[in-house]
Design a binder for this molecule. Structure first.
Ligand SMILES: Nc1ncnc2c1ncn2[C@@H]1O[C@H](COP(=O)(O)OP(=O)(O)OP(=O)(O)O)[C@@H](O)[C@H]1O
Length: 633
């Protein structure tokens, strides 16, 4: 009886455990893995069709899905990341029939075309949209880099980038005309994910500019090509391509079975880092698999968090790639810095910006209008298509390239906003008129792109290095009596959102440090400007600061007091032993006792003398020292 009972209990528990595994409660990936394991084990003649997949997967695809089913990093949110990849692979097999035309469909070597998509009507559009919405949520929740660097991107999308580049000659700066697309199609393509993200290149061939860092002859390029990735700190202004370079390295390393894990210092905790390191150690010891850890905005980790990486970078458990907009000499631990190669990425030059913008414009199917040929595209009726074509002035592209100030993200997103705004306003007009829509063409002008960019092109980081760079440039321009440069740096800070009181405080200091007694009223001016800023605030106070800055640039300069005072400070700091006592005759004697002790004795009260008074004011041992002439005492 007893053995039967224990057999029953054991069987019950076994069923319970199996149920938990199967339902994914204990190990959320289990159903996914078993589903795909079936595919892996299925005989070559009978390819396996996983749930949700219209067509059967080949054995190789099943194998990829199977291995990808395991969580690889906390950044990929474990099971969620693998589900994402799973769906992504399904997506390549089952393109959504209802999905609007994406740039995938525009490029040569496209994955599917509009008509092909329309023909493949069996997959449920509803479930497809739901899956996509969920994926987008996950991508937002995980942070940008997670999705990108862990290989969780939509393969259809990213694969298309490479073919886009091939189709449009991405590295060339020319402006080939794109295939005409209807405005509505373009609008749909632009909605959702930012254009900058959609256009992120996958390969070094598509990575524009930055030739000093990753040009043909550079060491980094050869290291990347041979997949010998050293620990790196990528330093450069926003939107210059740091994350993109990491994304390219990630793509490359995946081909060589190297794990690439992404964390962002804005939301990752020390424990997340520890988890990654632990996993990297396991991978290294059990599977001899390397791990590259990409930390976006590494400067946001404090010194002790940065210390966590040190021993693991040192012993090669992880290869660290950090991205920062801040000067790493100040923001990254010296010990960590000495173990990494610092790659300085620069603001993208205008030509590179034009190339990047043209790649996007072409992929959107927008026509560039040559301003040297004065034709009015709006006056022509549309061609064969019932919808209008979209045009952009070539000078609008140039302006966008100039104004985005080397920030490709600002440029691409500015383009996206300009096009969307133009297309939406056209739509509104149609609604108001209440008439049937008559086909016309849409032109994006220079003004549209300026509005699209708005203020975002002014590069100014109030909390970071740019703040110090600009105030230093202002100070030096005033010292050098260059009034135009002084005004320029002032405006650059104020337009970038700098606190006017911060500038005013610097002016108070400048009045004494650089003008000093050459024009003592400078200090009055500066204090008045400070108070004026305090009273009226921005934007009214900008002219107060401008007046003060120009006054200072024009004023005579003297550092006499400033340097003499520095000499005194140096004298005090260098003094050996106890400081000399205050001479008795200079001491005040408010009480009888003090008088009896000799305080104030022999002091000559100057107003009582008609002649200059011969009296010592310095301590005995400093007699005769002139701080205005000599530094040593
Ligand atoms: N060198 C480049 N070639 C082609 N496209 C680029 C390049 N640099 C940037 N881009 C485009 O600009 C977008 C933003 O670039 P990225 O995210 O790499 O900037 P970043 O330097 O990491 O900026 P941040 O410091 O603000 O994170 C990319 O998605 C890509 O579309």
């Amino acid at each position: 009886m007893l053995p039967l009972l224990s057999l029953l209990i054991t069987t019950f528990y076994l069923i319970l455990v199996l149920f938990f595994f199967w339902s994914g409660l204990v190990f959320p990936n289990f159903p996914l893995i078993t589903n795909n394991l079936r595919g892996l084990l299925s005989p070559p003649g009978r390819p396996h069709t996983p749930a949700g997949c219209e067509k059967p997967l080949s054995q190789e695809q099943s194998r990829r899905v199977f291995t990808d089913s395991f969580p690889v990093s906390p950044a990929s949110k474990g099971a969620e990341g693998s589900r994402y990849r799973h769906r992504a692979l399904l997506r390549t097999r089952n393109p959504p029939p209802s999905r609007p035309l994406t740039k995938v469909a525009l490029a040569a070597g496209r994955k599917w075309t509009l008509s092909a998509a329309a023909a493949a009507g069996s997959a449920s559009p509803r479930s497809w949209d739901e899956a996509e919405a969920q994926e987008e949520e996950e991508a937002v929740g995980d942070g940008d880099g997670d999705a990108d660097a862990d290989g969780e991107d939509d393969p259809g999308h990213w694969d298309a980038d490479a073919s886009d580049a091939a189709a449009f000659g991405a590295s060339g700066g020319g402006r080939p005309h794109a295939r005409s697309l209807a405005a509505e199609e373009i609008r749909q393509m632009l909605e959702g994910k930012p254009l900058a993200d959609k256009m992120r290149p996958d390969t070094l061939q598509d990575y524009i500019g930055q030739s000093r860092a990753v040009g043909q002859e550079t060491l980094l390029r050869s290291l990347l090509e041979t997949n010998e990735i050293p620990s790196l700190i990528l330093w450069g202004p926003p939107g210059c391509g740091k994350t993109t370079l990491a994304h390219i390295i990630a793509n490359n390393s995946k081909k060589h079975s190297i794990r690439f894990v992404t964390l962002s210092a804005t939301n990752a905790k020390t424990n997340d880092v520890r988890d990654v390191i632990k996993q990297a150690q396991n991978e290294k010891s059990f599977f001899k698999r390397k791990t590259i850890l990409f930390i976006d905005e590494i400067h946001r980790f404090n010194k002790s968090q940065q210390d966590t990486f040190l021993p693991h970078v040192e012993c090669g458990t992880i290869t660290l790639i950090g991205a920062t907009t801040e000067n790493p000499s100040f923001q990254v631990n010296a010990a960590l810095l000495s173990r990494c190669r610092v790659i300085v990425l620069e603001k993208l030059p205008v030509e590179a910006m034009v190339t990047i913008l043209m790649r996007a414009i072409n992929s959107l199917g927008i026509h560039v209008l040559d301003s040297s040929r004065p034709t009015d595209p709006l006056s022509h009726s549309s061609n064969s298509s019932s919808e209008p074509s979209v045009f952009i002035e070539d000078k609008a592209v140039d302006t966008l390239a100039y104004l985005s100030d080397g920030d490709a993200r600002a440029g691409l997103n500015g383009l996206q906003l300009a096009v969307l705004a133009r297309l939406s306003s056209r739509k509104m007009f149609c609604k108001k008129s209440g008439q049937t829509y008559s086909p016309s063409r849409v032109l994006i002008t220079e003004n549209d792109v300026k509005e699209g960019l708005q203020q975002s092109h002014i590069l100014y980081d109030r909390a970071g290095e740019e703040h110090y760079n600009c105030i230093s440039a202002l100070h030096k321009s005033m010292r050098g009596s260059d009034q135009s440069a002084s005004l320029y740096w002032l405006a650059r800070m104020l337009e970038g959102g700098e606190d006017p009181l911060y500038v005013a405080r610097r002016l108070v200091r400048f009045a004494s440090e650089d003008i000093g007694l050459a024009d003592p009223s400078a200090l009055t001016q500066a204090v008045a400007a400070y108070q004026g800023c305090h009273f009226i605030g921005m934007p009214e106070c900008e002219v107060l600061l401008a007046q003060c800055v120009v006054y200072f640039a024009r004023a005579p300069k003297s550092i006499e007091v400033y340097s003499a005072y520095n000499n005194v400070k140096a004298c005090l700091r260098n003094h050996q032993g106890p400081l000399p006592p205050v001479p008795l005759h200079l001491r005040n004697a408010p009480t009888r006792l003090m008088k009896d002790l000799g305080y104030g004795k022999g002091y000559k009260y100057n107003p009582m003398y008609s002649e200059p008074v011969d009296q010592e004011y310095l301590p005995e041992e400093l007699r005769g020292v002139d701080f205005f002439k000599q530094r040593r005492c």
